[in-house]
Design a protein around this ligand. Structure first.
Ligand code: 5RP
Length: 225
């Protein structure tokens, strides 16, 4: 098993019969969906799932996991998802994909949110390895970019895969990828981005992960809040 698979299998051990479980998006989250499906098949675990993306929903359906739509839930028991960066205080950077709005909704709705990752995701501050994905309403992108530049942001619209247009998220937003001064702490940055008109959501997840499972060379470390 590789490290991503190892933490995903470990996270699946937190699931108990009767739970409503949120499914994250990405390669580590995919391993979690598989591990959950194996527990359902082998142990008769009775669970319901809710997906953060179409890709995860399709994967859950393929593995016969019962699934409900996000609009039908008001809380969930457990959410498991990967991350792009994880700081010592368990702030996460997410949103390399197109689904960070649903990811944050599920992270917030969960009684317990377990972030799963390999040790390469550990950083000292948010933005160390990646720019911050900031979803904006398409018609607001230029004004939002200007306001983000006014608070020190540098960046531009995320291009699409063919590099002949712009990336559009699963609900039709553009994504600004912005870097900020590393001395700007994540709480201030979070508040300032939230205060920018036209911003739909962004990839900084503060005070949401209750547990972080980190795998390094087949050894799992559990960081609790
Ligand atoms: C998608 C995410 C992913 O969870 C994050 O990019 C990590 O992906 P992976 O598990 O493939 O390394 O935030 O929006």
């Amino acid at each position: 098993m590789n490290d991503k698979q190892l933490v995903a299998v470990q996270a699946a051990q937190y699931v108990q019969s009767g739970m409503l479980v949120g499914l994250g998006t990405g390669s580590t989250a995919n391993y979690f969906i598989e591990a959950l499906a194996h527990r359902q098949r082998d142990e008769g675990l009775s669970i319901t799932t809710v997906a953060s993306s179409t890709v995860s929903a399709i994967k859950a359906q393929l593995f016969n996991l019962p699934i409900v739509a996000l609009e039908h839930i008001s809380s969930i028991d457990l959410y498991v998802d990967g991350a792009d960066e994880i700081t010592p205080d368990k702030t996460l950077l997410k949103g390399r994909g197109s689904d960070l709005v649903k990811e944050k909704l599920l992270a917030k709705a969960a009684t317990q949110f377990i972030a799963v990752a390999e040790a390469s995701k550990l950083v000292s501050h948010i933005g160390q390895n990646f720019s911050i994905p900031i979803e904006v309403m398409p018609f607001a992108w230029q004004l939002a970019k200007k306001n983000l530049e006014d608070i020190g942001g540098v960046g531009d619209l995320r291009p699409n895969a063919a590099k002949d247009g712009f990336w559009v998220t699963s609900h039709g937003s553009y994504v600004l990828e912005m870097s900020f001064d590393k001395n700007l702490d994540e709480h201030t940055l979070n508040a300032r981005i939230n205060n920018t008109p036209g911003v739909v959501e962004h990839g900084i997840f503060i005070n949401l992960a209750s547990t972080v499972l980190i795998a390094q060379e087949s050894v799992i470390r559990e960081l609790k809040r």
